[in-house]
Design a protein around this ligand. Sequence first.
Ligand code: PRP
Ligand code: URA
Length: 206
Amino acid sequence: MLKVLEHPLITHKLTQMRKKETGTKDFRQNLDEIAGLMAYEITRDLPLEPVQIETPVQTCNTFTLGKEIVLVPILRAGLGMVNGICNLIPTVKIAHVGLYRDEETLEPHTYFEKYPKTIHDGIVMIVDPMLATGGSACAAIEMVKRQGAKNIRLVCLVGAPEGVAAVEKEHPDVDIYLAALDEKLNEKGYIVPGLGDAGDRIFGTK
Ligand code: PRP
Ligand code: URA
């Protein structure tokens, strides 16, 4: 399932990020805020479990979150989405998957992975601002599946149709959430119109 999360605040903030004159500070801040807004939407269907608590007035039968949530940022750019989501769900466990895309072949290369022990039983949210060819997302999904993860969501800011198609083909069981579905990839594998190199813009490199 592909869901594009349309909301005026998300669109406005993404427009600020797309502008080439937007500097590192504002780019990071808008990404952080959009990640929080997206988290609100993608957690709508989280399972709850019943609990009985005491309010200052009386006993109350209510609910708390029933499953552990594991956030999996794809390094580096995925780190830019962690704070915004943690602000909303402070109990998340955080895995790390280090991948970089070879600039010539566009193939993903793995350089780091670290997971919480309970990942197989949690709701896994893989986060990365950019879904271009889909190579990095598919590799990250395979990596968490190897750890036993079953309930997996992919959360990206900007996606290209090519990347969406690749993930849908290789991992039809994974739900994809985007803030925007752009037109296409260019000859260098960049999303058009996109926002450029997300990692470089977040970390001020290049
Ligand atoms: C970017 C981006 C994704 C990947 C998307 O990362 O953050 O991880 O490319 O491209 P794909 O869908 O074609 O795989 P990059 O490899 O540039 O690393 P970085 O986050 O360290 O900048
Ligand atoms: N990675 C990025 O950071 N931007 C793109 O447009 C494609 C891949």
